[in-house]
Design a binder for this molecule. Structure first.
Ligand code: PHE
Ligand code: ZN
Ligand code: ZN
Ligand code: CA
Ligand code: ZN
Length: 292
């Protein structure tokens, strides 16, 4: 897999920050900053050769949108999806939550196009609306897939908060080694996501696979899933600070859901490592025949 350029990921974060700043300070569902964020991501994907579509839904008296982008080629009966939520809360610009997942996923998709990667599996990327209102966009997408289309999605990767300023390195516990686990196939996804961090000697801990982000609707219908996370309101323990550095007794993200979740609220090393891990996972999983 290519090394995803951190500078490119950070350029997307700067653009999302500008979009928020010129639209009342946020990129929330139903606000102009959300739609401007979607238009920004869609234009990049269209220019790179993706087939994009926008799915609309209605929630709380406002129209919400999911952006879906298909990379032409591969076995569509064996589709690997990768997604991130694009909306922020109304309190702030949402640069770690979830500009980070948005930008890292976007830059991975653009790396696929730059390399003209033609894997065995079909690749589809998604940027979800209204996650902050309760996984609304991703739930709408999964619930409205015809069963014949649902069965073609053989895996889903989710990235929500991957640049926390006092970072931990977490993988969703797909194999159930510290909780209940997920659909068959989630264990392999967890191992592939962890593999990149092994190559750079960064320890990874499990985080709950309990449906607290957009993979929830996928695992509820039995689609194997996984993802990475650098922590939200939880506090880093002293043991975790010894493992990873950073500040013990302080939240992984002190600006979680706040106005200070700006471009200053990002740890560049965490963002770079996670972006590279995402690309590694997409390359590795897309090459291996899953259901095909
Ligand atoms: N989904 C949460 C939010 O957007 C963040 C989160 C992601 C929490 C992953 C736990 C695990 O606020
Ligand atoms: Zn959030
Ligand atoms: Zn989030
Ligand atoms: Ca595990
Ligand atoms: Zn890198």
């Amino acid at each position: 897999a290519p090394d995803v350029p951190l500078a490119n990921v950070k350029a997307h974060l700067s653009q999302l920050q500008s979009i928020a700043s010129s639209n009342g300070g946020n990129r929330a569902h139903g606000r102009p900053g959300f739609r401007a964020s979607l238009d920004y991501v869609q234009a990049k994907l269209d220019a790179a050769g993706y087939q994009t579509s926008v799915q609309s839904f209605s929630r709380s008296g406002a129209t919400g949108y999911n952006l879906i982008a298909d990379w032409p080629g591969g076995d569509v009966d064996d589709t690997l999806m990768t997604g991130a939520h694009l909306d922020s809360v109304t309190a702030g610009p949402g640069i770690n939550d979830n500009g980070s997942g948005t930008a890292a996923t976007l830059e991975t998709a653009l790396a696929v196009a730059r390399e003209n990667y033609q894997p065995d599996r079909h690749l589809r990327f998604a940027w979800w609306g209204a996650e902050e209102l309760g996984l609304v966009g991703s739930t709408y997408y999964v619930d409205n897939l015809p069963s014949s289309e649902r069965s073609k999605i053989t895996g889903y990767l989710n990235f929500d908060m991957v640049g926390s300023p006092n970072p931990g390195y977490f993988a969703y516990d797909g194999d159930g080694s510290s909780g209940s686990g997920g659909p068959a196939g989630s264990a392999e996804i967890e191992q592939v996501l962890r593999a990149y961090f092994q190559t750079i000697d960064v320890p990874v801990q499990d985080t709950a696979f309990d449906g607290r982000s957009d993979y929830g609707p996928f695992i509820r219908v039995g689609i194997p899933a996984g993802g990475l996370f650098t922590g939200a309101e939880g506090r880093k323990t002293s043991q975790q600070a010894q493992l990873w550095g950073g500040q013990a007794g302080i939240a992984f993200d002190r600006c979680y859901h706040s106005s200070c979740d700006t471009t200053s609220n990002i740890d560049d090393t965490a963002l770079d490592r996670n972006a590279d891990a995402i690309a590694n996972a997409v390359w590795t999983l897309a090459a291996g025949g899953g259901a095909g």
